[in-house]
Every structure is written in C-alpha cells, then in structure tokens.
Write a protein that binds this ligand. Structure first.
Ligand SMILES: [Ca+2]
Ligand SMILES: [Ca+2]
Length: 233
C-alpha cells in the first residue's frame, strides 16, 4: 500500500510540476506592395484562460523580400568614379499598443535590409549630358533587381508582456522604404524604377499549461480510490 502510494505520489508530483512540453501559437500577418508603404497588422493577445496558460516567451520576427526594380547610374563628371551601391528596400516595425523591446530594452527585431550590394566602376563622361540618365557603358551602369531577402527576430522582455496578454488584439505597424545608396558621389546622376516588396510579421507565444488545483485534487482522490480498491482485493 505504502509503496503504491509513493509511486502514485511521484506521478502526481510530476504531473503537477508543470510543463511536459512547450506549446506554441504562431500568428503570421502578411503585407505586399511597392514601397514606400506602411500599414497596421492586428494580432491576438495571449489568452491565459484565467491563469491556466502561462506565457514562457514572446518571439517577434520580421521577414522582408524585394524583387525587380532597376537602378541606372550615369557618370557625367570629367573624372572616373567607382564605389559601392546598395539597391532594394528596408523594413521595420513599431507599435503604440505593445512594447517591441527585449529584456535589455533594446528595440526588436530591428531593421531588415532586403537590398543588393554591388560595386561600380564608371569611366569619365562619354558624350551624354545632365538629365538623360544614360546608363550605357563605359560611363553608365544598369542594375536590374533580383530577389533579395532579410529576416530578423527578437524576444520581448518578460517584464513587458502585460499588454500582450488578454482576449483582445493589438496592432503592429510595418514600414517599408525604398533604399538606394551609391555614396552620393558628385557628378553621378541616377534614375530608379522602384522594387516591389512583400513580407510578414510573425508573433509566436510559447507557453505551458498548469493543471488547475481542482484537477490535481480530483486526480489525488481518484488515485487514492484506485489504491484503496486494489488494496481491498
Ligand atoms: Ca554620362
Ligand atoms: Ca547623363
């Protein structure tokens, strides 16, 4: 009797001790268009079911992909020009409903950079004039955009979860901006066909479920009854 009871007690303690495995509820909200663009994405708060579901982490991810677009660089200077260029888009998120900060109060997930990095080496001007954006070599360059992706994630600091919990929703705002950097070298004129962009924001709650005191009580009573019945045989 005592041995069986001890085994039962061990099982009960194991069940009551907490999570056997972590559970997750992922939410992904999408956006697309031609930057500059911005908008709001609504997410469900984490429902604690009266304190039975306990939050373990809040992970926020921003994914961005750009494609297409064109960049024309045209050196109109009497001197050759060389350098590096970046062409694509940058994305970021913010919220006035929930804090997007980690446990060190650093903004998460940070800016994502979906752009192409390359170099150019342009001869001194050959024949064309200002305002014609002539990309033909050797004093010009045409870059046609491919697919560029970037992704960043972060975990919201555990002291900042209050506004993530409840049975309502909150908004996370995204902003995607065209990005061009060619070093702003004097004498170079440029023309751009914008890239298109698509992406998403993902919020993942990791949590565990604790047995209610009532459930533990019923388990204990059921267990005791089982032991008594077996002992009676
Ligand atoms: Ca030129
Ligand atoms: Ca020109």
């Amino acid at each position: 009797m005592m041995k069986k009871f001890l085994i039962f007690l061990a099982v009960l303690l194991f069940v009551a001790a907490g999570p056997a495995f972590a559970l997750t509820t992922p939410q992904t909200k999408y956006f697309s268009g031609i930057p500059s663009m911005s908008g709001s994405l609504a997410f469900d708060q984490f429902d604690t079911h009266g304190g039975i579901w306990v939050l373990d982490s809040v992970k926020v991810t921003l994914n961005l992909q750009t494609s297409g677009g064109e960049l024309r660089l045209d050196n109109d200077s009497d001197n050759p020009a060389s350098g590096n260029f970046e062409f694509g888009a940058k994305g970021s998120i913010s919220s006035s409903d929930v804090p997007l900060l980690n446990s060190s109060y650093i903004a998460i997930p940070g800016t994502v950079n979906a752009y192409h990095s390359g170099s150019f080496n342009l001869a001194a001007n050959v024949g064309d004039i200002g305002g014609d954006y002539d990309s033909s070599p050797p004093d010009g360059m045409l870059y046609t955009g491919g697919i560029e992706t970037d992704s960043k994630f972060g975990f919201v600091g555990s002291g900042l979860w209050a506004s993530y919990q409840g049975t309502g929703t909150y908004d996370i705002d995204y902003e995607v901006l065209q990005w061009l950097n060619y070093g702003s070298i004097g004498g170079i004129e440029y023309a751009v066909t914008p890239v298109t962009a698509n992406g998403n924001v993902e919020v993942i709650y990791e949590y565990h479920v604790v047995p209610e005191p009532m459930t533990i009580g019923l388990l204990a009573m059921g267990g005791m009854a089982l032991i008594r019945r077996k002992t009676a045989k």
